[in-house]
Design a protein around this ligand. Structure first.
Ligand SMILES: CC(=O)N[C@H]1[C@@H](OP(=O)(O)OP(=O)(O)OC[C@H]2O[C@@H](n3ccc(=O)[nH]c3=O)[C@H](O)[C@@H]2O)O[C@H](CO)[C@@H](O)[C@@H]1O[C@H](C)C(=O)N[C@@H](C)C(=O)N[C@H](CCC(=O)O)C(=O)O
Ligand SMILES: Nc1ncnc2c1ncn2[C@@H]1O[C@H](COP(=O)(O)OP(=O)(O)OP(=O)(O)O)[C@@H](O)[C@H]1O
Ligand SMILES: N[C@H](CCC[C@H](N)C(=O)O)C(=O)O
Ligand SMILES: [Mg+2]
Length: 483
Protein backbone atom coordinates (compact mmCIF):
# COMPACT_ATOMS: atom_id res chain seq x y z
CA UNK A 1 0.00 0.00 0.00
CA UNK A 2 1.19 3.55 -0.71
CA UNK A 3 2.31 5.38 2.46
CA UNK A 4 0.19 8.39 1.52
CA UNK A 5 -2.96 6.25 1.64
CA UNK A 6 -2.03 4.80 5.03
CA UNK A 7 -1.64 8.19 6.66
CA UNK A 8 -4.60 9.88 4.96
CA UNK A 9 -6.71 11.64 7.61
CA UNK A 10 -3.94 11.48 10.23
CA UNK A 11 -2.87 14.75 11.93
CA UNK A 12 0.72 15.05 10.69
CA UNK A 13 3.22 17.52 12.16
CA UNK A 14 6.06 16.96 9.68
CA UNK A 15 6.98 14.76 6.71
CA UNK A 16 10.53 14.21 5.45
CA UNK A 17 11.01 11.97 2.42
CA UNK A 18 8.92 10.14 -0.11
CA UNK A 19 5.23 9.96 0.83
CA UNK A 20 4.59 7.64 -2.14
CA UNK A 21 6.82 4.86 -0.81
CA UNK A 22 5.32 1.38 -1.12
CA UNK A 23 4.66 -0.23 2.27
CA UNK A 24 4.06 -3.98 2.58
CA UNK A 25 4.31 -4.34 6.37
CA UNK A 26 3.71 -2.33 9.55
CA UNK A 27 5.62 -3.03 12.79
CA UNK A 28 5.63 -1.48 16.26
CA UNK A 29 8.55 -3.68 17.28
CA UNK A 30 11.94 -3.24 15.58
CA UNK A 31 12.47 -7.01 15.72
CA UNK A 32 9.58 -7.48 13.30
CA UNK A 33 10.84 -4.96 10.74
CA UNK A 34 11.75 -6.27 7.26
CA UNK A 35 12.08 -4.65 3.85
CA UNK A 36 9.40 -2.10 2.95
CA UNK A 37 8.16 -1.85 6.54
CA UNK A 38 6.62 1.19 8.21
CA UNK A 39 8.06 1.14 11.77
CA UNK A 40 5.98 2.96 14.38
CA UNK A 41 8.12 4.14 17.32
CA UNK A 42 6.23 3.96 20.61
CA UNK A 43 7.40 5.62 23.79
CA UNK A 44 6.64 2.74 26.15
CA UNK A 45 6.51 2.28 29.91
CA UNK A 46 9.68 0.20 29.89
CA UNK A 47 11.63 1.42 26.87
CA UNK A 48 11.36 4.09 24.19
CA UNK A 49 10.73 2.63 20.72
CA UNK A 50 12.63 5.59 19.20
CA UNK A 51 15.80 3.95 20.56
CA UNK A 52 15.39 1.15 18.04
CA UNK A 53 15.50 3.23 14.86
CA UNK A 54 19.03 2.01 14.10
CA UNK A 55 17.94 -1.62 14.54
CA UNK A 56 14.96 -0.98 12.27
CA UNK A 57 17.23 0.52 9.62
CA UNK A 58 19.45 -2.54 9.79
CA UNK A 59 16.37 -4.70 9.19
CA UNK A 60 15.44 -2.78 6.04
CA UNK A 61 12.86 -0.22 7.24
CA UNK A 62 11.27 1.99 4.55
CA UNK A 63 9.47 4.60 6.65
CA UNK A 64 9.17 5.70 10.27
CA UNK A 65 6.25 7.10 12.24
CA UNK A 66 7.67 9.02 15.19
CA UNK A 67 6.71 11.53 17.85
CA UNK A 68 10.30 12.69 18.48
CA UNK A 69 12.98 13.88 16.10
CA UNK A 70 15.21 11.09 14.78
CA UNK A 71 18.04 11.13 12.24
CA UNK A 72 18.00 8.66 9.36
CA UNK A 73 19.95 8.13 6.13
CA UNK A 74 18.47 9.28 2.84
CA UNK A 75 15.79 7.04 1.32
CA UNK A 76 13.85 6.54 4.55
CA UNK A 77 10.70 8.58 5.00
CA UNK A 78 10.02 10.05 8.46
CA UNK A 79 6.55 11.19 9.51
CA UNK A 80 6.17 12.97 12.84
CA UNK A 81 2.87 13.01 14.73
CA UNK A 82 1.83 13.98 18.27
CA UNK A 83 0.85 10.46 19.38
CA UNK A 84 2.29 7.37 17.72
CA UNK A 85 -0.02 4.93 19.59
CA UNK A 86 -3.01 6.66 17.95
CA UNK A 87 -1.15 6.78 14.63
CA UNK A 88 -0.45 3.02 14.86
CA UNK A 89 -4.20 2.37 15.19
CA UNK A 90 -4.89 4.68 12.24
CA UNK A 91 -2.39 3.17 9.81
CA UNK A 92 -3.25 -0.38 10.88
CA UNK A 93 -6.95 0.22 10.26
CA UNK A 94 -6.12 1.65 6.81
CA UNK A 95 -3.68 -1.18 6.02
CA UNK A 96 -6.33 -3.84 6.65
CA UNK A 97 -8.96 -1.72 4.81
CA UNK A 98 -11.27 -0.72 7.68
CA UNK A 99 -12.17 -4.30 8.65
CA UNK A 100 -14.52 -3.33 11.51
CA UNK A 101 -16.90 -1.76 8.95
CA UNK A 102 -17.43 -5.23 7.47
CA UNK A 103 -19.09 -7.07 10.38
CA UNK A 104 -21.25 -6.26 13.38
CA UNK A 105 -18.93 -5.32 16.24
CA UNK A 106 -19.88 -5.56 19.92
CA UNK A 107 -17.50 -4.04 22.50
CA UNK A 108 -17.84 -4.92 26.19
CA UNK A 109 -16.10 -2.81 28.83
CA UNK A 110 -16.31 -2.71 32.64
CA UNK A 111 -14.28 -4.07 35.55
CA UNK A 112 -16.10 -7.41 35.72
CA UNK A 113 -18.29 -9.54 33.48
CA UNK A 114 -16.62 -8.86 30.12
CA UNK A 115 -15.45 -12.39 29.37
CA UNK A 116 -18.70 -13.96 30.54
CA UNK A 117 -20.86 -11.55 28.52
CA UNK A 118 -18.83 -12.11 25.34
CA UNK A 119 -19.18 -15.89 25.70
CA UNK A 120 -22.94 -15.51 26.14
CA UNK A 121 -23.25 -13.34 23.02
CA UNK A 122 -21.13 -15.76 20.99
CA UNK A 123 -23.28 -18.68 22.08
CA UNK A 124 -26.51 -16.85 21.15
CA UNK A 125 -25.27 -15.66 17.75
CA UNK A 126 -24.00 -19.14 16.90
CA UNK A 127 -27.41 -20.52 17.77
CA UNK A 128 -28.85 -18.51 14.86
CA UNK A 129 -26.15 -19.77 12.51
CA UNK A 130 -23.75 -16.83 12.55
CA UNK A 131 -19.99 -17.23 12.28
CA UNK A 132 -18.64 -15.33 15.27
CA UNK A 133 -15.26 -13.87 16.17
CA UNK A 134 -14.43 -13.46 19.86
CA UNK A 135 -11.54 -11.45 21.29
CA UNK A 136 -10.81 -11.59 25.02
CA UNK A 137 -8.99 -12.84 28.08
CA UNK A 138 -9.37 -16.59 27.65
CA UNK A 139 -8.40 -16.73 23.94
CA UNK A 140 -9.41 -15.32 20.57
CA UNK A 141 -11.76 -17.36 18.41
CA UNK A 142 -12.73 -17.32 14.75
CA UNK A 143 -15.73 -19.63 14.70
CA UNK A 144 -14.36 -22.90 16.11
CA UNK A 145 -10.71 -21.95 15.58
CA UNK A 146 -8.89 -20.98 18.81
CA UNK A 147 -6.01 -18.53 18.76
CA UNK A 148 -4.05 -18.19 22.05
CA UNK A 149 -3.61 -14.67 23.40
CA UNK A 150 -1.62 -12.91 26.10
CA UNK A 151 -3.65 -9.70 26.43
CA UNK A 152 -7.40 -9.22 26.92
CA UNK A 153 -7.43 -6.60 24.14
CA UNK A 154 -4.59 -6.83 21.61
CA UNK A 155 -2.34 -3.97 20.44
CA UNK A 156 -4.02 -1.98 17.63
CA UNK A 157 -1.97 -3.51 14.81
CA UNK A 158 -2.60 -7.07 16.06
CA UNK A 159 -6.27 -6.27 16.56
CA UNK A 160 -6.73 -4.91 13.03
CA UNK A 161 -4.78 -7.87 11.60
CA UNK A 162 -7.07 -10.25 13.50
CA UNK A 163 -10.13 -8.35 12.24
CA UNK A 164 -8.72 -8.66 8.71
CA UNK A 165 -8.39 -12.41 9.16
CA UNK A 166 -11.94 -12.56 10.48
CA UNK A 167 -13.23 -10.71 7.40
CA UNK A 168 -11.40 -13.17 5.14
CA UNK A 169 -12.97 -16.05 7.03
CA UNK A 170 -16.43 -14.54 6.61
CA UNK A 171 -17.43 -13.82 10.18
CA UNK A 172 -20.80 -12.10 10.59
CA UNK A 173 -20.20 -10.64 14.04
CA UNK A 174 -17.28 -9.98 16.35
CA UNK A 175 -17.71 -9.68 20.09
CA UNK A 176 -14.76 -8.33 22.05
CA UNK A 177 -13.66 -7.35 25.52
CA UNK A 178 -12.38 -3.80 25.62
CA UNK A 179 -10.03 -3.32 28.56
CA UNK A 180 -9.42 0.09 30.08
CA UNK A 181 -5.72 -0.27 29.22
CA UNK A 182 -6.72 -0.71 25.59
CA UNK A 183 -8.94 2.39 25.64
CA UNK A 184 -6.26 4.49 27.31
CA UNK A 185 -3.46 3.27 25.04
CA UNK A 186 -5.38 3.64 21.75
CA UNK A 187 -5.41 -0.10 21.01
CA UNK A 188 -9.05 0.15 19.86
CA UNK A 189 -8.95 3.62 18.27
CA UNK A 190 -10.47 3.68 14.75
CA UNK A 191 -12.77 0.71 15.50
CA UNK A 192 -16.36 1.03 14.39
CA UNK A 193 -18.54 -0.46 17.15
CA UNK A 194 -22.21 -1.15 16.54
CA UNK A 195 -22.93 -1.59 20.24
CA UNK A 196 -20.80 -0.72 23.28
CA UNK A 197 -21.62 -2.15 26.71
CA UNK A 198 -20.69 -0.85 30.17
CA UNK A 199 -20.97 -3.63 32.79
CA UNK A 200 -19.73 -1.94 36.00
CA UNK A 201 -16.81 -0.10 37.57
CA UNK A 202 -15.20 -1.33 40.79
CA UNK A 203 -11.67 -1.33 42.10
CA UNK A 204 -8.87 -2.71 39.95
CA UNK A 205 -5.95 -1.46 37.89
CA UNK A 206 -5.27 1.62 40.03
CA UNK A 207 -1.58 0.90 39.50
CA UNK A 208 -2.13 1.96 35.89
CA UNK A 209 -4.95 4.56 36.09
CA UNK A 210 -3.97 5.95 39.52
CA UNK A 211 -7.47 7.31 40.27
CA UNK A 212 -11.01 5.99 39.86
CA UNK A 213 -11.80 9.11 37.86
CA UNK A 214 -9.11 8.30 35.27
CA UNK A 215 -10.29 4.67 35.22
CA UNK A 216 -13.89 5.77 34.61
CA UNK A 217 -12.88 8.25 31.89
CA UNK A 218 -10.86 5.56 30.12
CA UNK A 219 -13.93 3.28 30.02
CA UNK A 220 -16.10 6.09 28.64
CA UNK A 221 -13.87 6.46 25.57
CA UNK A 222 -15.60 3.39 24.15
CA UNK A 223 -18.83 5.31 23.65
CA UNK A 224 -17.20 7.81 21.28
CA UNK A 225 -16.77 4.88 18.86
CA UNK A 226 -20.28 3.34 19.11
CA UNK A 227 -23.57 3.77 17.30
CA UNK A 228 -25.49 2.36 20.28
CA UNK A 229 -24.66 2.04 23.96
CA UNK A 230 -25.99 -0.34 26.60
CA UNK A 231 -25.45 0.61 30.24
CA UNK A 232 -25.80 -1.26 33.54
CA UNK A 233 -27.87 1.44 35.22
CA UNK A 234 -27.70 -0.25 38.65
CA UNK A 235 -23.91 0.05 38.76
CA UNK A 236 -22.48 2.75 41.07
CA UNK A 237 -21.23 4.54 37.97
CA UNK A 238 -24.33 3.70 35.89
CA UNK A 239 -25.94 7.16 35.84
CA UNK A 240 -22.65 8.85 34.99
CA UNK A 241 -21.95 6.29 32.30
CA UNK A 242 -25.43 6.93 30.89
CA UNK A 243 -24.69 10.67 30.72
CA UNK A 244 -21.30 10.12 29.10
CA UNK A 245 -22.73 7.66 26.57
CA UNK A 246 -25.68 9.96 25.79
CA UNK A 247 -23.27 12.79 25.02
CA UNK A 248 -21.18 10.53 22.77
CA UNK A 249 -23.30 7.77 21.21
CA UNK A 250 -26.33 7.74 18.94
CA UNK A 251 -28.75 5.81 21.12
CA UNK A 252 -28.38 4.70 24.73
CA UNK A 253 -30.20 1.73 26.32
CA UNK A 254 -30.10 0.48 29.90
CA UNK A 255 -30.25 -2.83 31.75
CA UNK A 256 -30.69 -3.59 35.44
CA UNK A 257 -32.54 -5.29 38.25
CA UNK A 258 -33.28 -2.51 40.73
CA UNK A 259 -33.84 0.63 38.66
CA UNK A 260 -36.15 1.16 35.68
CA UNK A 261 -34.36 -0.12 32.60
CA UNK A 262 -34.94 -1.03 28.95
CA UNK A 263 -33.91 -4.61 29.75
CA UNK A 264 -35.01 -5.48 33.28
CA UNK A 265 -34.82 -8.77 35.19
CA UNK A 266 -37.54 -9.61 37.73
CA UNK A 267 -38.48 -12.74 39.72
CA UNK A 268 -34.84 -13.79 40.07
CA UNK A 269 -34.28 -17.31 41.37
CA UNK A 270 -30.75 -18.27 42.38
CA UNK A 271 -29.75 -21.93 42.40
CA UNK A 272 -26.40 -23.44 43.46
CA UNK A 273 -25.30 -23.83 39.85
CA UNK A 274 -27.60 -21.50 37.85
CA UNK A 275 -29.85 -18.43 37.86
CA UNK A 276 -33.33 -17.93 36.40
CA UNK A 277 -35.31 -14.76 35.86
CA UNK A 278 -38.04 -13.09 33.82
CA UNK A 279 -37.02 -10.49 31.29
CA UNK A 280 -39.23 -7.42 30.94
CA UNK A 281 -38.59 -5.26 27.89
CA UNK A 282 -40.47 -3.42 25.17
CA UNK A 283 -39.14 -6.04 22.72
CA UNK A 284 -40.78 -8.90 24.63
CA UNK A 285 -40.95 -10.66 27.98
CA UNK A 286 -39.91 -14.19 28.88
CA UNK A 287 -38.32 -16.62 31.31
CA UNK A 288 -34.58 -17.31 30.94
CA UNK A 289 -32.02 -19.52 32.64
CA UNK A 290 -28.20 -19.45 32.70
CA UNK A 291 -26.09 -22.32 33.99
CA UNK A 292 -23.70 -20.06 35.94
CA UNK A 293 -24.54 -19.12 39.55
CA UNK A 294 -24.76 -15.69 41.20
CA UNK A 295 -26.94 -12.61 40.85
CA UNK A 296 -24.03 -10.99 39.00
CA UNK A 297 -24.67 -13.53 36.25
CA UNK A 298 -28.10 -11.95 35.71
CA UNK A 299 -26.38 -8.65 34.87
CA UNK A 300 -24.08 -10.35 32.38
CA UNK A 301 -27.07 -12.12 30.84
CA UNK A 302 -29.00 -8.84 30.56
CA UNK A 303 -26.05 -7.25 28.76
CA UNK A 304 -25.91 -10.17 26.32
CA UNK A 305 -29.69 -10.17 25.83
CA UNK A 306 -29.70 -6.41 25.18
CA UNK A 307 -26.95 -6.72 22.55
CA UNK A 308 -28.71 -9.58 20.80
CA UNK A 309 -32.20 -8.03 20.85
CA UNK A 310 -30.79 -4.76 19.50
CA UNK A 311 -29.01 -6.93 16.93
CA UNK A 312 -32.37 -8.37 15.80
CA UNK A 313 -32.26 -11.84 17.45
CA UNK A 314 -35.49 -13.36 18.78
CA UNK A 315 -36.01 -14.09 22.47
CA UNK A 316 -36.47 -17.81 21.76
CA UNK A 317 -33.06 -18.03 20.13
CA UNK A 318 -31.55 -15.96 22.93
CA UNK A 319 -33.05 -18.31 25.53
CA UNK A 320 -31.40 -21.36 24.02
CA UNK A 321 -28.07 -19.65 23.40
CA UNK A 322 -27.91 -18.46 27.00
CA UNK A 323 -28.77 -21.86 28.38
CA UNK A 324 -25.86 -23.39 26.49
CA UNK A 325 -23.24 -20.84 27.59
CA UNK A 326 -20.19 -22.24 29.39
CA UNK A 327 -17.22 -20.06 30.39
CA UNK A 328 -13.96 -21.79 31.33
CA UNK A 329 -12.69 -20.94 34.82
CA UNK A 330 -15.72 -18.93 35.92
CA UNK A 331 -17.51 -20.64 38.86
CA UNK A 332 -16.33 -23.93 37.37
CA UNK A 333 -16.78 -27.00 39.55
CA UNK A 334 -13.60 -29.02 39.00
CA UNK A 335 -14.30 -31.76 41.51
CA UNK A 336 -17.10 -32.85 43.77
CA UNK A 337 -17.78 -35.92 45.92
CA UNK A 338 -20.11 -36.58 48.84
CA UNK A 339 -17.64 -34.89 51.17
CA UNK A 340 -16.49 -31.66 49.49
CA UNK A 341 -16.55 -29.57 46.30
CA UNK A 342 -13.74 -27.65 44.60
CA UNK A 343 -14.64 -24.61 42.48
CA UNK A 344 -12.24 -22.47 40.45
CA UNK A 345 -13.09 -18.86 39.64
CA UNK A 346 -11.34 -15.88 38.03
CA UNK A 347 -12.18 -13.46 40.87
CA UNK A 348 -9.01 -11.39 41.25
CA UNK A 349 -10.53 -8.08 42.34
CA UNK A 350 -12.40 -7.10 45.54
CA UNK A 351 -15.89 -6.92 44.03
CA UNK A 352 -15.63 -10.24 42.20
CA UNK A 353 -14.19 -12.02 45.25
CA UNK A 354 -17.01 -10.68 47.41
CA UNK A 355 -19.65 -11.73 44.85
CA UNK A 356 -18.41 -15.25 44.36
CA UNK A 357 -17.93 -15.81 48.11
CA UNK A 358 -21.47 -14.57 48.88
CA UNK A 359 -22.88 -16.75 46.10
CA UNK A 360 -21.13 -19.85 47.44
CA UNK A 361 -22.00 -19.05 51.05
CA UNK A 362 -25.71 -18.97 50.20
CA UNK A 363 -25.62 -22.68 49.34
CA UNK A 364 -22.91 -24.14 51.54
CA UNK A 365 -23.92 -26.59 54.22
CA UNK A 366 -20.38 -26.72 55.61
CA UNK A 367 -17.37 -24.39 55.58
CA UNK A 368 -16.41 -22.05 52.78
CA UNK A 369 -12.63 -22.29 52.31
CA UNK A 370 -11.20 -19.49 50.18
CA UNK A 371 -7.73 -19.90 48.66
CA UNK A 372 -6.34 -16.93 46.80
CA UNK A 373 -3.37 -14.64 46.19
CA UNK A 374 -2.88 -11.39 44.28
CA UNK A 375 -0.95 -10.74 41.09
CA UNK A 376 2.46 -9.07 41.31
CA UNK A 377 3.11 -5.83 39.37
CA UNK A 378 -0.58 -5.01 39.59
CA UNK A 379 -2.78 -2.77 41.79
CA UNK A 380 -1.30 -3.23 45.30
CA UNK A 381 -4.11 -1.38 47.06
CA UNK A 382 -6.59 -4.16 46.31
CA UNK A 383 -4.58 -6.73 48.31
CA UNK A 384 -5.61 -5.81 51.90
CA UNK A 385 -9.18 -5.16 50.72
CA UNK A 386 -9.39 -8.68 49.33
CA UNK A 387 -7.86 -10.03 52.53
CA UNK A 388 -10.51 -8.24 54.56
CA UNK A 389 -13.33 -9.55 52.31
CA UNK A 390 -12.18 -13.14 52.58
CA UNK A 391 -11.66 -12.82 56.34
CA UNK A 392 -15.21 -11.57 56.69
CA UNK A 393 -16.92 -14.09 54.40
CA UNK A 394 -14.92 -17.33 54.39
CA UNK A 395 -14.69 -19.79 57.27
CA UNK A 396 -11.05 -20.38 56.45
CA UNK A 397 -8.79 -18.38 54.14
CA UNK A 398 -5.63 -19.85 52.68
CA UNK A 399 -3.51 -16.94 51.49
CA UNK A 400 -1.12 -18.00 48.75
CA UNK A 401 0.45 -16.79 45.49
CA UNK A 402 -1.23 -15.83 42.22
CA UNK A 403 1.22 -14.69 39.51
CA UNK A 404 3.98 -12.99 41.56
CA UNK A 405 5.67 -11.67 38.40
CA UNK A 406 8.71 -9.56 39.43
CA UNK A 407 7.61 -9.14 43.05
CA UNK A 408 8.57 -11.26 46.09
CA UNK A 409 5.64 -13.66 46.69
CA UNK A 410 6.07 -13.39 50.48
CA UNK A 411 5.62 -9.64 50.40
CA UNK A 412 2.36 -9.91 48.38
CA UNK A 413 1.07 -12.43 50.92
CA UNK A 414 1.96 -9.97 53.71
CA UNK A 415 -0.05 -7.20 51.97
CA UNK A 416 -3.12 -9.47 51.91
CA UNK A 417 -2.54 -10.50 55.52
CA UNK A 418 -2.68 -6.86 56.59
CA UNK A 419 -6.35 -6.77 55.55
CA UNK A 420 -7.41 -10.11 56.94
CA UNK A 421 -5.96 -9.16 60.34
CA UNK A 422 -8.66 -6.48 60.56
CA UNK A 423 -11.25 -9.29 60.77
CA UNK A 424 -11.56 -12.26 63.09
CA UNK A 425 -11.51 -14.65 60.10
CA UNK A 426 -9.34 -17.77 60.46
CA UNK A 427 -6.45 -17.95 58.00
CA UNK A 428 -3.15 -19.56 57.20
CA UNK A 429 -0.48 -18.59 54.68
CA UNK A 430 1.15 -21.09 52.32
CA UNK A 431 3.14 -19.22 49.70
CA UNK A 432 3.46 -22.11 47.21
CA UNK A 433 0.07 -22.36 45.45
CA UNK A 434 0.33 -26.07 44.76
CA UNK A 435 1.15 -26.76 48.43
CA UNK A 436 -1.73 -24.51 49.46
CA UNK A 437 -4.17 -26.45 47.27
CA UNK A 438 -2.79 -29.70 48.66
CA UNK A 439 -3.40 -28.45 52.20
CA UNK A 440 -7.01 -27.50 51.34
CA UNK A 441 -7.70 -30.97 49.94
CA UNK A 442 -5.91 -32.94 52.67
CA UNK A 443 -7.75 -31.03 55.37
CA UNK A 444 -11.18 -30.92 53.71
CA UNK A 445 -14.09 -31.48 56.07
CA UNK A 446 -17.54 -32.81 55.25
CA UNK A 447 -19.61 -30.16 53.47
CA UNK A 448 -16.65 -27.91 52.55
CA UNK A 449 -16.75 -25.80 49.43
CA UNK A 450 -13.18 -24.98 48.49
CA UNK A 451 -12.89 -21.90 46.27
CA UNK A 452 -9.64 -21.50 44.34
CA UNK A 453 -9.87 -17.86 43.26
CA UNK A 454 -7.90 -15.65 40.90
CA UNK A 455 -6.48 -17.90 38.21
CA UNK A 456 -9.59 -19.32 36.57
CA UNK A 457 -8.76 -20.54 33.04
CA UNK A 458 -5.04 -19.68 33.31
CA UNK A 459 -2.66 -22.53 32.57
CA UNK A 460 0.52 -20.93 33.87
CA UNK A 461 2.09 -19.22 36.86
CA UNK A 462 4.43 -16.29 36.28
CA UNK A 463 7.48 -15.84 38.53
CA UNK A 464 10.37 -13.38 38.39
CA UNK A 465 12.68 -15.82 36.62
CA UNK A 466 10.33 -18.29 34.93
CA UNK A 467 6.79 -19.10 33.85
CA UNK A 468 5.63 -22.61 34.75
CA UNK A 469 2.73 -24.69 33.46
CA UNK A 470 0.05 -24.49 36.13
CA UNK A 471 -3.49 -25.51 35.30
CA UNK A 472 -5.55 -25.58 38.47
CA UNK A 473 -7.97 -28.12 37.00
CA UNK A 474 -5.07 -30.54 36.47
CA UNK A 475 -3.41 -29.72 39.80
CA UNK A 476 -6.56 -30.57 41.78
CA UNK A 477 -7.04 -33.91 40.04
CA UNK A 478 -3.33 -34.83 40.36
CA UNK A 479 -3.31 -34.00 44.07
CA UNK A 480 -6.53 -35.90 44.71
CA UNK A 481 -4.88 -38.95 43.20
CA UNK A 482 -2.07 -38.57 45.72
CA UNK A 483 -4.29 -37.85 48.75
C1 LIG B 1 0.99 -1.21 30.61
C2 LIG B 1 0.74 -1.86 29.30
O1 LIG B 1 -0.36 -2.18 28.97
N1 LIG B 1 1.85 -2.03 28.53
C3 LIG B 1 1.68 -2.58 27.20
C4 LIG B 1 2.49 -1.72 26.25
O2 LIG B 1 3.82 -1.84 26.61
P1 LIG B 1 4.80 -0.62 26.41
O3 LIG B 1 4.26 0.30 25.39
O4 LIG B 1 5.12 -0.04 27.71
O5 LIG B 1 6.06 -1.37 25.77
P2 LIG B 1 7.61 -1.26 26.07
O6 LIG B 1 8.06 -2.60 26.45
O7 LIG B 1 7.98 -0.10 26.92
O8 LIG B 1 8.18 -0.97 24.59
C5 LIG B 1 7.95 0.25 23.87
C6 LIG B 1 8.01 -0.02 22.40
O9 LIG B 1 9.35 -0.44 22.03
C7 LIG B 1 9.24 -1.54 21.16
N2 LIG B 1 10.50 -2.32 21.17
C8 LIG B 1 10.95 -2.92 22.30
C9 LIG B 1 12.11 -3.66 22.27
C10 LIG B 1 12.84 -3.78 21.06
O10 LIG B 1 13.89 -4.42 20.96
N3 LIG B 1 12.36 -3.14 19.97
C11 LIG B 1 11.20 -2.42 19.99
O11 LIG B 1 10.81 -1.87 18.97
C12 LIG B 1 8.03 -2.30 21.71
O12 LIG B 1 7.51 -3.21 20.77
C13 LIG B 1 7.08 -1.15 21.98
O13 LIG B 1 6.37 -0.78 20.84
O14 LIG B 1 2.33 -2.20 24.92
C14 LIG B 1 2.75 -3.58 24.76
C15 LIG B 1 2.52 -3.93 23.30
O15 LIG B 1 1.19 -3.83 22.98
C16 LIG B 1 1.98 -4.51 25.69
O16 LIG B 1 2.43 -5.83 25.57
C17 LIG B 1 2.15 -4.02 27.12
O17 LIG B 1 1.35 -4.83 27.95
C18 LIG B 1 1.93 -5.18 29.21
C19 LIG B 1 2.97 -6.28 29.03
C20 LIG B 1 0.83 -5.61 30.18
O18 LIG B 1 1.06 -6.39 31.07
N4 LIG B 1 -0.38 -5.12 30.02
C21 LIG B 1 -1.54 -5.46 30.89
C22 LIG B 1 -1.55 -4.64 32.18
C23 LIG B 1 -2.83 -5.21 30.11
O19 LIG B 1 -2.81 -4.57 29.06
N5 LIG B 1 -3.93 -5.72 30.64
C24 LIG B 1 -5.26 -5.54 30.01
C25 LIG B 1 -6.38 -6.27 30.75
C26 LIG B 1 -6.59 -5.89 32.12
C27 LIG B 1 -7.91 -6.45 32.65
O20 LIG B 1 -8.97 -5.88 32.35
O21 LIG B 1 -7.90 -7.43 33.39
C28 LIG B 1 -5.31 -6.22 28.65
O22 LIG B 1 -6.02 -5.71 27.75
O23 LIG B 1 -4.75 -7.31 28.56
N1 LIG C 1 -21.10 -8.72 36.40
C1 LIG C 1 -20.25 -9.09 37.36
N2 LIG C 1 -20.12 -8.36 38.48
C2 LIG C 1 -19.25 -8.70 39.44
N3 LIG C 1 -18.46 -9.80 39.40
C3 LIG C 1 -18.56 -10.57 38.30
C4 LIG C 1 -19.46 -10.26 37.22
N4 LIG C 1 -19.31 -11.20 36.27
C5 LIG C 1 -18.37 -12.04 36.71
N5 LIG C 1 -17.91 -11.70 37.92
C6 LIG C 1 -16.83 -12.30 38.73
O1 LIG C 1 -15.61 -11.88 38.12
C7 LIG C 1 -14.85 -13.00 37.63
C8 LIG C 1 -14.33 -12.69 36.24
O2 LIG C 1 -15.45 -12.55 35.36
P1 LIG C 1 -15.21 -12.24 33.83
O3 LIG C 1 -14.05 -13.01 33.41
O4 LIG C 1 -16.48 -12.39 33.11
O5 LIG C 1 -14.85 -10.68 33.94
P2 LIG C 1 -13.85 -9.80 33.08
O6 LIG C 1 -14.44 -8.42 33.11
O7 LIG C 1 -13.60 -10.39 31.78
O8 LIG C 1 -12.52 -9.84 33.96
P3 LIG C 1 -10.95 -9.65 33.48
O9 LIG C 1 -10.76 -8.19 33.31
O10 LIG C 1 -10.22 -10.17 34.65
O11 LIG C 1 -10.74 -10.44 32.27
C9 LIG C 1 -15.82 -14.17 37.62
O12 LIG C 1 -15.11 -15.36 37.80
C10 LIG C 1 -16.76 -13.83 38.76
O13 LIG C 1 -16.19 -14.17 39.99
N1 LIG D 1 -5.98 -9.26 32.93
C1 LIG D 1 -5.64 -9.23 34.34
C2 LIG D 1 -5.60 -10.62 34.81
C3 LIG D 1 -5.19 -10.82 36.26
C4 LIG D 1 -5.26 -12.27 36.66
C5 LIG D 1 -4.58 -12.62 37.91
N2 LIG D 1 -4.38 -14.03 37.91
C6 LIG D 1 -3.25 -11.89 38.05
O1 LIG D 1 -2.28 -12.38 37.50
O2 LIG D 1 -3.20 -10.84 38.70
C7 LIG D 1 -4.32 -8.51 34.51
O3 LIG D 1 -3.42 -8.75 33.70
O4 LIG D 1 -4.21 -7.72 35.42
MG1 LIG E 1 -11.91 -10.82 30.71
Amino acid sequence: MILKELVEGLDILEICGDINANITNIAYDSRKVRNDTLFVCIEGFKVDGHQFVAAAIENGVKALLVQKNVSVPEGITVIRVADTRLALAHVSNAFFENPSDKFTLFGITGTKGKTTTTFMIKSILEKVGQKVGLIGTVANFIGNETIPTERTTPESYDLQALFGDMVEKNVNSVVMEVSSHALELHRVSCCNYDIGVFTNLTQDHLDFHETFENYFNAKMKLFKMCSKALINIDSDYGERAWEAASAASGKVYTFGIHKEADFKAVNIVTNPDSVEFDLVSMWGNGHLKVNIPGVFTVYNALAAIGCCILGGISLDDIREGLLNTRVPGRAEVVYTNDKFTVIIDYAHSPDSLENILKTIKDYSVGRVVCLFGCGGDRDRTKRPIMGEISGRLADLTIITSDNPRTEEPESIVRDIEEGIKRTDGAYITIVDRREAIKYSLENAQKGDIILLAGKGHETYQIFKDKTIHFDEREVVLELLDLC
